[in-house]
Ligand binder design. Structure first.
Ligand code: UT7
Length: 350
């Protein structure tokens, strides 16, 4: 794949990431390797609300502990009839409506999810059917990093030719795999979905148009024992401290690789949209990269960790608030189980 990629020291990498770093840094600024427009965005959350007070009432925890250690005050939880597919469909539909694009004009649905409603068929197939898009639809599972992986795959599909519009959705019903009695995880996770519609574009002559400027994807399977669903269990188990340590390092290193690969610094980037896993991880990464608070998207207080939905939900919220204009650079980054991580730099534009 020819997306500009940046090199990080990762235990395993995509083939794209092994492209020579020098090729990503020609003189004169970052190359737009995958020109594409971002036509529409959307988000959806379920009706249920789980506050720290609710958790305090039934677990050995406190509002003060949760707020101080995570930044979370409440999360949204799915009830009867609310599924990963229904949340993803609602977010996808909102993105199409905002773009003014008919479902029949979408060539591919990529659904990033850790919580497929059923093992077979894909949850994306249900979303495709509910939206009425053209045939192709596929799930992508890279845990919390899934949406960034999905964007990369969408850009690659557009770049390869034949597909004009790709709807990328991050959707999770992560509370379905969260043990309500395990205070190590029950305080963290919430449900939701976010979506972004990409369309192929020709680069404008002589100027930088919208698109993906750089991508860094990485993985380190040595972390598998620290976060995941053990065989025979139905719930996520996590060694929080170890994941915290690794996630903080991976996110910062990956973001630096992308900024380096595109030849820009944090000062050039209008908005940093990190995965919303823990407010302390967000703050530490933003500080290390040099992002002031007003250029970081944060909504963890209201939604908790929504896994693959977290980056597109935070991006959609920032867009709704008018925090991005055409031509702005946006840095997205996420780390999740695997570990798997991904970061990408976009030049925004419709
Ligand atoms: O999205 C995928 C990636 N996931 C992440 O990035 C999550 C990363 N990890 C974290 O966010 C944090 O590690 C947690 C929020 C899960 C835990 O925070 P921590 O600061 O790492 O706490 P800890 O596990 O070191 O525990 C500190 C203390 C312990 O008590 P003692 O031994 O000091 O007496 C724990 O037993 O806090 C206790 N504790 C709690 N107390 C109240 C642990 N969980 C809780 C809780 N409520 N829910």
């Amino acid at each position: 794949m020819t997306v500009a990629t940046a090199a990080t020291a990762a235990a395993s990498r995509t083939s794209a990431a092994s492209a020579p770093a020098a090729a990503t840094r020609p003189p004169g600024g970052p190359p737009v390797r995958v020109p594409c427009r971002f036509l529409g965005w959307g988000a959806a959350v379920p009706g249920g609300r789980l506050t720290n007070a609710d958790l305090e009432a039934r677990l050995d925890t406190s509002d003060a502990w949760i707020t101080e250690r995570t930044g979370i005050r409440e999360r949204r939880t799915s009830g009867s009839g609310e599924t990963t597919a229904s949340l993803a469909t609602a977010a996808g539909r909102a993105a199409l409506e905002r773009a003014g694009v008919a479902p029949s004009e979408v060539d591919l649905v990529l659904l990033a999810t850790t919580t497929a409603d059923t093992p077979c068929p894909s949850t994306a197939a249900h979303v495709q059917h509910a939206l009425g898009t053209r045939g192709p639809a596929v799930d992508v599972n890279a845990a919390c990093a899934g949406f960034v992986y999905g964007l990369h795959l969408a850009a690659a599909a557009i770049h390869a030719g034949g597909l004009s519009r790709v709807l990328v959705i991050g959707g999770e019903r992560i509370t379905a795999i969260t043990d309500p009695d395990d205070r190590a995880t029950a305080i963290l996770f919430g449900d939701g979905a976010g979506a972004l519609l990409l369309e192929v574009a020709q680069p404008a002559a002589g100027e930088a148009g919208p698109g993906l400027l750089a991508v860094d994807l990485g993985g380190d399977g040595s972390a598998i024992p620290h976060l995941g669903i053990p065989a025979g269990d139905r719930y996520l188990r996590m060694d929080g401290q170890e994941v915290f340590r690794r996630a903080t390092r991976a996110m910062a290193t990956s973001c630096e690789a992308v900024l380096d690969g595109a030849g820009v610094s944090a000062e050039d980037v209008a908005l940093f949209v990190p995965h919303q896993a823990n407010r302390r991880i967000i703050d530490a990464t933003a500080a290390r990269l040099g992002f002031p608070a007003d250029r970081v998207a944060v909504n963890i207080d209201r939604y908790g960790n929504t896994s693959a939905a977290s980056v597109p939900m935070a991006l959609a919220e920032a867009l709704d608030a008018g925090r991005l204009s055409s031509g702005d650079l946006v840095l997205l980054s996420a780390v999740g189980a695997g570990l798997s991580w991904g970061s990408t730099l976009l030049r925004w534009g419709a």
